[in-house]
Design a binder for this molecule. Structure first.
Ligand code: NDP
Length: 493
């Protein structure tokens, strides 16, 4: 659409009804560049503030978000269709992350002394983590507050300004997050939102002048963003989804495991990067677990317990995966008829071959495959046989075995006897390996992700007879150095 002023616009829609929720400008490359340039001015002011002042303002931002919780929830509900209670959960988690980032940034990033070691005993060394400048955040639609704020909160706390490009499906949420930030930090707009379609995001990554991109979305788009970043050596942190598995051990609490598996697979209509898409159950408890799972699944319904599929084109992916799974395996809950767009009722399919699309590709829908395995070793082998590596879950009655399995699970996070519990702990890093991306948001690692380490050394006194970085040095000095290093490092243990 083009308005009378010549500004091209697009509509955001309620995915449940198709009703127009809002109309937003399509920012072109020039507008994105201008936003980054203006953010650069804000970044310089923000970085120069005393850390205590940054902390105070970010805690104010947190308070504004908390007081406006229901307003944010309404926009999230309207643009994604998710139940308001789920939107509340998402915003509450965001609040705890913003609080942690604000309170811990200086402790994690502030200047500290570093022991110089004996060879450099006459030198004082310090290390600090300095902001990068302007961080471009490209966000998804599935958790339009929690996911981008996982980058935005940490980037701001680390002293950067942010230009945020929300998904074209959830622009209203992005605009509101920036407006609330401006209420708390009126001096400069440290968080700006640019709206538009894929090209607006592409412009942010390509030549807009950002100092880092934080991207969340599909692996395919991450590769395009990385190629755009390559032109200017712009660093990137990429969070690209997964194909997470839940393992049920022979001594697991089966009702708890079934309850968690169902929530992991179906909540948010399965549109969760760390959602459960595969379940591997040890033979001895397979039948008992399936009874628990299917009994519960029969009571869950799309449109009542979870919302619609937010992105219309995703319906085709979900339908293809269901068809493939049902053809090759056995549907125990739902099936092809479960797709009644924009809603999809729960689908559980067992005995689906490991090479089918439903087991290998990210479905991002309320569907899950279940497989019987001989033991947890087979479960782990199958869990790890995927190009993705984001997160996973283990249900077991044996803590030692569960922890060992969790450590060997490929990916960044594993929850034991709970579901997605790592996301609610702000101090823990979040991110994946392989096709799930690289780099980390959240926690101390997430703060450092948006900084550059700065090392400073200062000579405190001259080391007598050890001036090795001078053309005046003689053989004696080198001999002395060799004797010292032999004394320090020459002994075998
Ligand atoms: P995309 O990866 O296409 O989009 C993610 C974000 O990137 C959006 O803000 C999008 O903007 C933007 N974008 C699109 N093209 C470009 C580009 N060339 N350069 C820069 N930014 C760009 O994901 P989709 O929303 O299309 O979802 C597709 C699949 O991705 C899903 O089915 C799911 O499997 C996965 N996904 C994973 C998520 C996760 O949490 N890890 C979140 C969302 C999706 P716009 O929306 O305006 O096109």
């Amino acid at each position: 659409m083009t308005t009378v002023t010549g500004q091209r616009t697009f509509d955001s829609l309620d995915p449940a009804t198709g009703a127009v929720v809002g109309t937003h400008p399509i920012h072109d490359a020039a507008a994105v560049r201008a936003a980054v340039a203006e953010a650069g001015v804000a970044a310089a002011w923000w970085a120069a503030l005393d850390p205590a002042e940054r902390r105070r303002r970010l805690l104010d931002y947190k308070a504004v978000i908390t007081r406006d919780l229901s307003r944010i929830v309404d926009v999230v509900h309207a643009e994604t269709g998710k139940p308001k209670a789920d939107a509340v959960l998402e915003v509450v988690l965001t609040i705890t992350h913003l609080d942690w980032a604000a309170r811990n940034a200086h402790r994690v990033l502030g200047r500290r002394r570093i022991s110089p070691g004996l060879v450099a005993a006459n030198v004082a060394a310090t290390l600090e983590y300095l902001p990068l400048g302007v961080v471009g955040v490209i966000g998804p639609w599935n958790y339009p507050v929690f996911t981008p704020m996982g980058s935005i909160a940490y980037a701001l706390a680390a002293g950067n300004a942010v230009v945020f490009k929300p998904s074209e499906l959830t622009p209203g949420v992005g605009v509101l997050l920036a407006a609330l930030c401006a209420e708390a930090v009126p001096e400069h707009r440290i968080l700006r939102t640019v709206t538009g379609l894929g090209e607006t995001g592409a412009a942010l990554a390509a030549d807009a002048g950002v100092n880092k991109i934080a991207f969340t979305g599909s692996t395919a788009t991450a590769k395009r963003v990385m190629a755009a970043c390559a032109a200017n050596l712009t660093p990137l942190v990429a969070e690209c989804g997964g194909k997470d598995a839940l393992i049920v051990d022979a001594d697991a609490d089966l009702p708890a495991a079934a309850d968690a598996a169902l929530w992991g697979a179906l909540s948010n209509a399965g549109q969760t990067c760390v959602g459960v898409e595969r379940i591997y159950v040890v033979d001895a408890v397979y039948d008992a677990f399936m009874k628990e799972l299917t009994d519960r699944a029969g009571r869950v319904r799309a449109g009542r317990d979870y919302g619609p599929i937010t992105m219309p084109s995703q319906i085709d992916v979900i339908r293809r995966h269901i068809d493939d799974a049902v053809d090759a395996g056995r549907a125990v809950v739902g099936g092809a008829g479960s797709v009644r767009a924009p809603f999809v009722d729960p689908v559980i399919v067992e005995d689906v071959p490991e090479d089918s699309s439903a087991v290998r590709e990210e479905t991002f829908g309320p569907t899950v495959t279940v497989k019987r395995v001989a033991d947890v070793e087979e479960a782990l082998e199958k869990t790890n046989a995927t190009a993705y590596g984001l997160a996973g879950t283990v249900f077991s009655g044996n803590t030692r075995r569960a922890v060992e399995l969790a450590r060997r699970m490929r990916g960044g996070m594993t929850a034991i006897n709970s579901i997605i519990s790592f996301a609610s702990i702000p101090a823990l890093p979040f991110g994946g390996v392989g096709d799930s991306g690289f780099g980390r948001i959240h926690g101390a690692d997430g703060l450092r992700e948006f900084t550059r380490p700065k090392a400073v050394t200062r000579r405190r006194f001259a080391m007598p007879g050890m001036n090795l970085t001078s053309f005046t040095r003689g053989e004696k000095e080198v001999d002395r150095l060799v004797r010292l290093v032999t004394f320090l490092h020459g002994r075998r243990r």
